[in-house]
Every structure is written in C-alpha cells, then in structure tokens.
Write a protein that binds this ligand. Sequence first.
Ligand code: OOG
Ligand code: NI
Length: 446
Amino acid sequence: MDAHWVSTDSIREDFSQAMSAMYQQEVPQYGTLLRLVAEVNQQVLTQDPQLAQRLAQADELDRISVERHGAIRVGTAAELNMLRQLFAIMGMYPVGYYDLSQAGVPVHSTAFRPVDDAALRRNPFRLFTSLLRLELIDDVALRQQASEILAARDIFTPRCRQLVELQQQQGGFTAGQAEEFVSEALETFRWHQQTTVDSATWQALSQQHRLVADVVCFPGCHINHLTPRTLDIDRVQALMPQQGITPKAIIEGPPQRQVPILLRQTSFKALDEAVRFRDGQQGTHTARFGEIEQRGVALTRKGRELYDRLLTQAGSGADNQQHQQHLATVFSAFPDDEATLRQQQLAWFEYRRSAQGQDHLITPASDIEQLIAAGVLAAEPIIYEDFLPVSAAGIFQSNLGSETHARSQGHASREQFEQALGTAVRDEIELYAQREQASRQRCGLL
Ligand code: OOG
Ligand code: NI
C-alpha cells in the first residue's frame, strides 16, 4: 500500500550528504579534514589487507570515510520536540540521556540515531542534540531576556513545518516530497553571520557561557561539527598540523587497544568566524569545528562501570602522547581479547552459525567458547553507536572555552528533558542487549 513512499533510510542518507556538502562550503577547513581522513583510511587499508577484506565483506568500503555524526544545540523544549518529529522522518530516534552540566556545560543531550541493524548498516548518521538549560543561568533578568529572544524565533521554515505535518498524515513521502523536505530541513542547520541580538546582549550572554550566546543569538541551530570515521585516529591527530589544522590537545576516550572499545574522538579547534549584531557592530564567534571518531565494541553495564572507573582513575592530561601512555597503563586492567570480554560479560557480541555449523546441535547448555574454537559459531563485536559524556564535555570545552565549574548542583534532569522531547529516550544498553539476545536465540543458545 505504501510501497511508493521513500524509505526513511534513503531520506537520512540524502540529508547527511546535503549537510556534509553545506558544511564543507561553510567551513573549508572541514573539507581539508575530510581529505586527510580519506587519505589515512586508504593507507591503513593498503597496509592491512585483512581489514580491507573484512570491511569489503561487510559492504563498508564505499562509505568508510563518510560522516558518522554531527551535533546541534537548541534553546527551547518546543524546538527539541519539533526536531524529534523531523528526525523521525529520517529514521532517527532519541537514544540515551547525557547530563553535561556536571562537567560545567549547561546542557543536557540525546542522540537521534537509527536503531535497527539494517538501518545502522545502511547509514548510521546520528545527531548529538543538546538542549540549553536556561535555568542554570543565575542572573534572573538575563535568563528572562534569553527566553524571550528564543521565544521570538522559529528555526524551522514554514514549508518544513508543513511537510512534517504532511508526512505525519500520509505516513510517508513521495520522492519529490522527500527531496523538498531535505532541502527545507537543511535550512534549520545553516550558519547565519547575522545574529538576532545587539552587541551588548551578546556580551552579556557570552559572559554567562559562550555556549549560551551560541544557542540563543542566532536565527537557527547551525550544525557545529560533523564527524567522519577514521581507521587510525592517532595518525590523523598527528598529521593535522601538517595540513594547517590545529587539533585539540588530547584524544578523548579509551586508549588504543587490540580490541577497540566504545569510542575515541578528537577534533580540530573551532575557528573564529565573523558575526554581525543588530546595532551594526561586528564581532567574532568561535563555535564550529571538525571532529573524527573511531568506534569499538559496545560494553555491558559491567564493562561500562569498569571503563568509567579506569577513566576517572586516569584523569586528564595536557599532552596527548603522555596522556595516551598513561591511559594505556591504567587500562591494562581492562581485558583486551575477545574471549575474555565475552567470558567476563564486559562487552556485547552478535553470534552467528558458521557455514559448517549449520547443522550442529547447539543448546543453551553449549559452551560458547568451545563452539567458536570448533568453528561452529562466529562472534562479531557489536559496535558502540552512542556517545560518552566525559568525552562530549571535553569536546564542548575545547571549543567553547574551559569554564569547568559544575552547574547542575548535582541533579541531572532526565525527566525534564524527556518532557521537552515529548517522549522517553531509549536505553542504549538495552538495545545492545536485545541485539545480542536475538542472535543467541537464532543460534539455539537460548
Ligand atoms: C556536542 C559535543 C559532543 C561528541 O561527539 O561527543 C559531541 C557539541 O559540541 O554540541 O559531539
Ligand atoms: Ni561530536
């Protein structure tokens, strides 16, 4: 009946490509980063034919260097709520709750992303989406002023709103509507040199936090970075300066390992960009940058607790090489082979019968490691598709100044966030658990 509707996957694919093209135009240094990433990925594949073969089999070679995520920030509940509806049309749903106020950043966030395997394989593009917490501005008059400025703007084009409503009524888009939707939706994320405030208001809001000015003073919620996938983050970090790109001081996340876990990320420092105020004054704003990421296996709650503990123990550093060495030492307490990660239930895996194991009797009592050793079962690490709050705070801070005092007075407010969003966020660990469970069931292990 609805076979003529364009798939959500294909709308997401088109949208992420359009976003990338726009961002490369807006931030030319991002284009330079993309080329560096593609070059390093190519070198890695040449040096590691086994990896190349694995990626080819998984049908990933073609889009190895395309964007995996981006980030945006909004100012009101209504904006967040509308974004939820817009992203649903692209097959992106809110997963996870991140409280960044504890790290001194007055926002809380979720990631809009595809959730099922097929959609993730087709295009895993996600948007890390933060909602400003105006209640954390302590100057009451300024808080009031900020909320009035926000109330007066509409970050969506009228046509975008119409199309979202149309899609909800019809249950889908024709090809022509999908195309128009992508181009209208893109407008929300475009950069505007012209701010909506005078220079005095800008100053006052910037003094609260640079992030507050970034969210409140523009007519849209400009995309603030995009992030392609690299196969060797350490190499790209080291090569950035040769390309005239200044990387942030350290690579966030776990150290390099035999079995990569979670997510490693680094970015180049945000550029100074010219902005204009309503009183005719000019200024600069430093908010937009480029980032790269390298993902590994998703961790169970137990694995995540170990990760968080070791990360806290390691602390942070100013010099990347020293920091990475120190991390590697501290993380020697985290098992680094797949069998131990499975046996100690630290990470998630997807199980599959091998060609020769099709007729083998497998029961819930079978020993998984024996079946793997015998070539009856294969286990693939399930890749982490989400974000890390400590890393995210590091990325925020490296681009928006280093104010680090906590502002939440210790209370995350997930409920408030979900109310603004208009739905509960999904629990990311639950999603990984379900995927492993389903694969165990298919194999006869449950
Ligand atoms: C988001 C920063 C977080 C990541 O990759 O952890 C992020 C932002 O700067 O708005 O994108
Ligand atoms: Ni990011």
